[in-house]
Design a protein around this ligand. Structure first.
Ligand code: SAM
Length: 296
């Protein structure tokens, strides 16, 4: 397989490299914003959970701090991930597991009482292929993100999180509805149809009266009984679902020719940001050593 084959198969992968985005996921946040307009001048403090390699942080910096990320220095962005991430101007990084209390505490600490306007979470576990387990872990990541959000988000703020649209989606929707006035399940055009991924866009944070966020009581207990999992009658909710992004734009499941514009030469672009600490780096080192040994 040549190095251009992924460029042919995945238009958003190719456009991401051309636009200097670290990952094709950038388009998902851009398409969500086209629909919901949450990246506006009122937003000063943002938390980007599960942020590596950093394309959502790039979107946040370009949209909120200006094209070079240096123009509007009042905007503060905190990016959190298990993995280390190459630095970005204006983005403070915290390396940690969002399901751990210690990570949640460092994020809360970072804000020193000044609430965030927006929390986004594109967290995804390493999928096992066992759908029930993958959906369950994904839901736990979302709940961990929601728990952090209840500590840092200002009233009226926005929370956006990736979900896998499985059988528990109504339960998650019901849990999010406790905290937000509007909750919509959205699928950007750049998210492949073949993937069960979608995003919960939760607007207007308004926790129940008397709600006190607590690390000691995270929303992570797995006490899903038959009733909460299978709501009946008036408790059964239909989750609002909307497709977004310019729907006449590129279809993320389609293969496109490399030449899209007449007279313009196709140019191969290397990935914008190579992985900084990939698990295969030892194999690359050994391969380079072998090649050197053969040459000498
Ligand atoms: N939004 C990112 C971007 O635009 O570049 C892509 C995020 S990638 C799809 C999912 C990320 O979730 C991975 O970098 C992974 O390390 C992170 N992740 C998964 N579980 C996590 C956890 N428990 N705590 C922190 N990060 C986690």
């Amino acid at each position: 397989m040549g190095r251009t084959s992924k460029d042919k198969r995945d238009i958003y992968y190719r456009l991401a490299k051309e636009g200097g985005w670290r990952a094709r996921s950038a388009f998902k946040l851009l398409h969500l914003d086209e629909e919901f307009k949450f990246l506006n001048s009122d937003v000063q403090r943002v938390v980007d959970l599960c942020a590596a390699p950093g394309s959502w942080s790039q979107v946040l910096t370009r949209k909120l701090r200006g094209p070079t990320g240096q123009e509007n220095e009042n905007v503060k962005i905190v990016a959190v991930d298990l993995q280390a991430m190459a630095p970005l101007p204006g983005v403070t990084q915290i390396q940690g597991d969002i399901t751990k209390t210690s990570t949640a505490e460092s994020i809360v600490e970072h804000f020193k009482g000044e609430p965030a306007d927006l929390v986004v979470c594109d967290g995804a576990p390493d999928v096992t292929g066992l759908h029930d387990i993958d959906e369950y872990i994904q839901a736990q990541l979302l709940l961990a993100a929601l728990n952090i959000t209840t500590h840092v988000l200002k009233k009226g703020g926005t929370f956006i999180a990736k979900i896998f649209r499985g059988k528990d989606v109504s339960l998650l929707f019901a849990q999010l509805k406790i905290f937000f006035k509007e909750v919509t399940c959205a699928k950007p055009i750049s998210s492949r149809n073949s993937s069960i991924e979608a995003f919960m866009v939760c607007q207007n944070y308004s926790p129940p009266d008397g709600f006190v966020p607590t690390m000691a009581n995270p929303l992570l207990n797995c006490d899903y009984d038959a009733y909460t999992n299978q709501p009946e009658g008036p408790n059964r909710v239909i989750v609002p679902f909307i497709a977004c992004g310019d729907l006449s734009g590129f279809d993320s499941d389609k293969t496109y020719p490399l030449q899209l514009e007449d007279g313009k030469e196709y140019v191969y672009h290397r990935p914008t940001q190579e992985p900084i600490d990939p698990p295969y780096k030892e194999a690359c080192r050994l391969k380079a050593e072998n090649m050197l040994a053969k040459e000498s």
